[in-house]
Design a protein around this ligand. Structure first.
Ligand code: ADP
Length: 595
């Protein structure tokens, strides 16, 4: 196909060259032939005139014009030539075609004028006598070196050119046939040239196609014409460079992808119309979107959060780094810190933006817990202190003198002081536990959990009895686990005392041990009011109490479960609660097989 196209480009040029050359040859040859033919005709006429001159001279000398005319007529017929004899004065003396008497003065006819000067000249012009175009020659008739007359010979011009037509016709035929042969030759040459040029170009193109498909192992053969071989070599070098660059780009892309995938921060790249170009796994997780659905769509389409949209568009339009915090609503509410930076192309124009997302939910929660903690500690301490101070002032103001009041107030003061002591004890216990957690964890030994359980139950028995609650110890008390007995006992006492506090009189509290997937589970189950699921996590926070007043009346500090949680952690275990409103609660400490 390509070869044919090339052929049709070459062939007309060849045909044009052949046509021009053939036309040129034809015109030149025709002209050359005409010139030669003219000269021959002139020479021929001159010869005839010279021959006639010899015959005519005696008649001229004798001034016998009638005889001269007869002679000239005879000569004209024999030679198929017009003969005219002109006297030295230019008068026509005899003519083979016309009666001389009717002929005008011929002195100024160019050929005759020249002959009268002694020269020979040919002339081509219209004969007014014969009324046709004629070719003339005239020679002088000399007597003693004097011009005594002129013999002129003439033939019609078409007779002079009679042969030319046939000859040029044949010539034209030959030129056309030769031209056609040359055109045929041109077609063959065009085809050969097209093939020799197109085939290597086709090979180059096929090679370029393979390079485009990424087959960089392929090398174009650098053979054939020097230009084509040079081009092939240049293309091979280009392919090698391309291969190297693509590998470098691929390596860099893989590195970037690995880095992005390993990042905890979410990274999102958007173009100028806020369409997502790429995002890493962390970004997809934080924004709760699926990467394959998000890429190519705009941020507002994918994430419904007006603050995020505002930050993204500010990043794209401000040109300066943008920072902000967004909150994502949902089952697990999240707070994300957003950093936006403009993405620029090679020439420094804004091409989009990069958004980095940091999950600060935990950090914020910890901050809140810490501030709450300080506020809570102050508040918790202030309540008994205010109370103590109040009663002491009342005593000092005179109540001291009323023994009954004084005793009642002192008992209240003692209770509040105990509460203060409890809080301080619990806080110290917590801080010790936290320090241990920062270190290697508490010291543990493998032993049966029964002993710890029994002594915890024992220490809570009197309180249970007071409230009319039955305390039962059950399950497999011989189960062995790596434990720190005193800490574990404290945790169990905390759970048991809560169970007694919140369990109604006449109910049963069961404490025990059982085997679990993780290792050993120690549980304390009561028949109390139960806990709503939304509080299940919060009750383990420090000072968190569902019903503050009730807890405080019972001498609770709000730190009991926080201590249990820390003790479980110190054992590399955890604490859980199973409870529903009105169905009692079961708190469990899960201890691993090995600490
Ligand atoms: P407190 O000293 O107030 O008991 P805790 O940390 O031991 O503090 O408990 C935190 C909160 O959890 C309590 O105020 C109470 O509201 C709830 N709670 C703990 N144990 C039970 C239980 N067995 N039944 C019902 N609610 C409980």
């Amino acid at each position: 196909m390509r070869q044919r196209r090339m052929l049709w480009q070459l062939f007309p040029s060849f045909v044009l060259v052949v046509a021009l050359a053939a036309g040129g040859v034809y015109l030149y040859t025709r002209q050359a032939y005409r010139t030669a033919h003219y000269h021959e005709a002139v020479h021929d006429l001159e010869m005839r005139a010279r021959l006639a001159e010899r015959v005519i001279t005696p008649y001229l000398d004798a001034h016998d014009n009638d005889a001269l005319d007869s002679l000239v007529v005879a000569l004209g017929r024999a030679g198929r030539t017009r003969f005219t004899v002109v006297g030295a004065d230019g008068r026509v003396l005899a003519d083979s075609e016309e009666d001389p008497k009717h002929m005008e003065q011929h002195r100024f006819r160019p050929e005759i004028a020249a002959a009268l000067r002694g020269e020979m000249m040919a002339s081509r012009r219209y004969s007014s006598t014969l009324q046709r175009h004629m070719l003339y020659t005239a020679v002088p008739v000399l007597a003693d070196d004097r011009v005594v007359g002129v013999v002129r010979t003439a033939i019609p011009e078409d007779a002079a050119e009679g042969g030319i037509g046939t000859v040029t016709g044949t010539l034209a035929g030959d030129v056309v046939v030769g031209g056609l042969l040359l055109v045929l030759l041109a077609a063959v040459i065009s085809r050969l040239v097209a093939r020799s040029v197109v085939r290597p170009i086709g090979d180059l193109r096929a090679g370029a196609d393979r390079f485009a498909r990424g087959e960089f192992d392929y090398a174009l053969p650098a053979a054939g014409h020097q230009e084509i071989a040079g081009l092939a070599q240049a293309m091979n070098e280009m392919a090698a460079q391309l291969h190297e660059r693509m590998e470098a780009i691929g390596r860099r892309r893989n590195e970037q992808e690995a880095i992005l995938a390993a990042m905890v921060e979410g990274v999102l790249a958007v173009d100028t119309s806020e369409r997502i170009l790429t995002l890493n796994a962390a970004a997809a997780r934080l924004l709760r979107i699926r990467p394959e659905e998000a890429v190519g769509r705009s941020v507002p389409e994918v994430v419904r959060n007006s603050e995020l949209h505002r930050l993204v568009s500010e990043t794209l339009h401000s040109g300066a780094p943008v920072e902000g915090t967004i909150e994502l609503a949902g089952d697990d509410e999240r707070q994300l810190q957003v950093h936006g930076t403009t993405l620029r192309d090679g020439s420094g124009n804004a091409a989009g933006g990069v958004i980095v997302l940091n999950d600060i939910t935990r950090l914020r929660r910890l901050e809140n817990i810490r501030t709450d903690f300080v506020a809570n500690v102050s508040h918790e301490l202030r309540t008994p202190v205010t109370s103590i101070k109040g009663f002491l002032e009342t005593l000092l103001d005179g109540a001291m003198d009323r023994p009954e009041d004084a005793r009642r107030f002192l008992e209240i003061i003692k209770r509040q002081a105990d509460q203060l002591n409890n809080i301080i004890e619990d806080l110290l216990a917590l801080s010790r536990l936290e320090q241990e957690r920062d270190g290697e964890g508490c010291e543990v030994t493998r032993r049966p959990v029964g002993g710890v359980l029994r002594s915890a139950v024992q220490s809570c028995e009197s309180r249970a009895r007071e409230k009319g609650i039955a305390l039962l110890c059950e399950g497999d008390l011989d189960l062995v686990a790596p434990i720190n007995p005193s800490l574990l006992e404290q945790a169990l006492v905390n759970l048991l005392s809560n169970a007694i506090t919140y369990g109604p009189a006449g109910s049963t509290v069961r404490a025990g041990a059982r085997r679990s997937v993780e290792g050993v589970e120690l549980f304390v189950a009561d028949e109390g009011p139960g806990i709503e699921p939304r509080y299940h996590e919060r009750i383990f926070e420090r000072f968190y109490r569902i019903d503050k007043a009730r807890s405080r009346d019972q001498g609770g500090t709000g730190l009991g479960l926080a201590i249990v949680k820390h003790i479980a952690r110190a054992h590399k275990g955890r604490v859980t609660v199973r409870s529903a409103v009105g169905q009692g609660s079961t708190f469990s400490i899960h201890l691993p097989h090995s600490a």
